[in-house]
Design a protein around this ligand. Sequence first.
Ligand code: SAH
Length: 268
Amino acid sequence: MPPYILMVILFLSLSSAETGILSFVAVQSTLKIGLQNDGLAAIIEFMKDEGRQDDFALSRQQMVKNDLKGRGICDARIVRAMGQIPRELFVPKSYQSQTYSDGPLPIDCGQTISQPYIVALMTQELRVGPDMDVLEIGTGCGYQTAVLSKLARRVYTIERFAELSLSAQAVLEELGIDNVEFRTGDGSCGWPENRTFERIMVTAAMPAVGEPLMNQLAEGGIIIAPVGESSIQRLVAYEKKKDERIAERFICDVRFVRVIGRHGFSES
Ligand code: SAH
């Protein structure tokens, strides 16, 4: 064996720390190359995705222009949020082409995603500020939750069906939304912990807004809820005044699925 080979073997076996470093550097650069490749793949995927979503972007902008701004939704934060949130991710695949149509759509468990205009109207009437905690009764597919998350400090949302809550959680996570707490249970009884909220939104019809929700409303707080026993309900804004008095204001007639629960309707 030529002496220089011997020397190389000797060097390698003696300086295990250095070979450690060498291999670390090698691994690092392999990783780097790997990452670059992954990055490239991600960019290509992203570009493909953007291409695919172009159709949706256009119909989303049309929805914003015609169904929101065109009907008096003037809160720029709501217009921006709904112009950005990909509503198509919240809609079952078979209805995706109708995502931006001017009406509600069916989601799993026999429930519905509300019409975009109604989501915007209820959100506007709720007058959410960036330092407020909002309680939402009826997570559904999570679209309204996502809109609220862009305006509030934190959103607490409760859904009767675990299946809906879990899929809403997955979509919001995919969108990088991290200021939402999810629970499964009977939202007509309020949030399970004893606390108050500056704003409460009920996204299903109640016979009347029961005591638990009124009690969880902070002073000066607002509840927006569809109320009534028939298939058409009254959308109402309740405001808790300083002396605990509740001021009530009718907004418009609406048609919502029912709240099923202790302070809602019975299942049958
Ligand atoms: N904001 C939702 C609307 C979903 S429809 C969206 O944009 O998709 C109303 C939701 O209220 C349904 O998912 C229904 O399962 C839920 N719900 C009905 N009764 C409930 C209760 N007692 N507690 C919590 N959620 C309830």
